[in-house]
Write a protein that binds this ligand. Structure first.
Ligand SMILES: Nc1nc2c(ncn2[C@@H]2O[C@H](COP(=O)(O)OP(=O)(O)OP(=O)(O)O)[C@@H](O)[C@H]2O)c(=O)[nH]1
Ligand SMILES: [Mg+2]
Length: 280
C-alpha cells in the first residue's frame, strides 16, 4: 500500500518552519535566518520513500499585513491552506499563544485535519510548553500536539508517523512528483534565495528585510556556472551598508553565497553581485 499527500507547514514567523522542512527532506530547499519573514512565497519540499510521498508546503510566517509584500505573503498562506490534506501548525515553545492565534488554530482544525507542532523544545521552556499544551488540548478537533526540536532531531519521526496516519492508503502509487524531485523551484530560484539568505545572515539587524535578488545572467557550462545578479535594496544608505567599508560586506556576502551555490550545483561558480537601489 502507498500513501501521498500535501502538508502545509504554517505558523508565525521564526518558529522554524523552513528549518524543519529542510531537515525532513534532507536537502536545503528553503532558506533559514533569525530574521522575521525570511520565507516569502510557498515552496514545496518533497520527501519520497518506497511507500510514501509527502509534499510539504513551506509558507511565509503569519503576521499582520502592513504593505503589498505582506499581503502577497498572506495570500500565499491562504492558498496553501485551501489545497492541502494536512495542516501542521507550528508554535514556538518559548512564546505565548495569543487569543487570535488560538482562534486561528480552532478554525483551521475544523476545516482540515490539523496537527500542532510545538517547536524548539531544546530551549527548555517546560513551564511555558505545559501551558501551551493544556490550552491547545481544549481544541477537540486537533489530531495531535507534538513537542519537538529540529535542532536536536527530537520527535521528527513522530511528526512523520502522525502525518501518515491522516493520509489514505492506496493500492496504486499515486505520487505527485517523480521520485528524485525534491522541490518545485528552479535552480535559478534556489540560487537567488541563497544570496538573499547570506545577505540576511551577514547584515543581521543593520538592514530591514526589504531586499531582493534579481538574476541578470545565468550561464551554465560543463564545469562552470557564471552568474551575475543585482542585489536590490530600497535606499541609498541601505546600499552603503550592504557594500560595507571598502566593499568588505558585499565581498563576504558574495564569497559565502558562491560557496553555497557551488555545493548546490556541484560545479565551480563565478558570481558577480551588483548592489542597486530601487524604491519599489
Ligand atoms: N533552538 C532552536 N532553534 C531553531 C530550531 N529550528 C529553527 N531554529 C531557528 O529559528 C530561526 C528561524 O528559523 P526559520 O526556519 O527561518 O523559521 P521560519 O518559521 O521558516 O520563519 P519565516 O520564514 O520568517 O516565517 C533560525 O535562526 C533557526 O536556526 C530548533 O529546533 N531549535
Ligand atoms: Mg521560513
Amino acid at each position: 500500500m502507498y500513501q501521498s499527500g500535501y502538508i502545509a507547514i504554517v505558523g508565525k514567523s521564526n518558529v522554524g518552519k523552513s528549518t524543519l522542512i529542510n531537515e525532513l527532506i534532507g536537502q536545503k530547499v528553503t532558506i533559514v535566518s533569525p530574521k522575521k519573514q525570511t520565507t516569502r512565497e510557498n515552496i514545496l519540499g518533497i520527501l519520497t520513500t518506497e511507500k510514501y510521498q509527502l509534499v510539504f508546503v513551506d509558507t511565509p510566517g503569519i503576521h499582520k499585513t502592513k504593505n503589498k509584500l505582506d499581503k502577497l505573503m498572506m495570500k500565499n498562506v491562504r492558498y496553501a491552506l485551501a489545497s492541502v490534506d494536512v495542516v501542521f501548525y507550528m508554535i514556538d515553545s518559548s512564546k505565548k499563544l495569543s487569543d487570535d492565534e488560538f482562534n486561528n488554530i480552532v478554525r483551521l482544525s475544523t476545516e482540515t485535519p490539523t496537527i500542532v507542532g510545538v517547536s524548539k523544545s531544546d530551549l527548555g521552556n517546560q513551564e511555558n510548553e505545559k501551558n501551551l499544551t493544556s490550552k491547545l488540548s481544549e481544541i477537540k478537533e486537533l489530531k495531535n500536539i507534538i513537542s519537538f526540536s529540529t535542532l536536536k532531531k527530537h520527535n521528527l519521526d513522530l511528526i512523520l508517523q502522525n502525518i501518515l496516519k491522516l493520509l489514505p492508503k492506496t493500492k496504486e502509487k499515486n505520487f505527485y512528483f517523480e521520485e528524485d524531485i525534491y522541490t518545485d523551484k528552479s535552480v535559478r530560484f534556489l540560487v537567488s534565495e541563497t544570496i538573499r539568505e547570506q545577505a540576511f545572515l551577514l547584515l543581521k539587524d543593520e538592514l530591514p528585510y526589504g531586499i531582493a535578488v534579481d538574476i541578470k545572467c545565468f550561464k551554465e557550462e560543463k564545469n562552470l556556472v557564471s552568474i551575475d545578479v543585482d542585489l536590490i535594496c530600497e535606499r541609498q544608505n541601505h546600499k552603503n551598508i550592504i557594500i560595507g567599508k571598502a566593499g568588505a560586506k558585499i565581498k563576504e556576502i558574495s564569497t559565502k553565497s558562491r560557496l553555497n551555490i557551488e555545493k548546490l550545483m556541484n560545479k565551480k561558480v563565478m558570481l558577480t553581485v551588483w548592489v542597486k537601489v530601487n524604491k519599489n
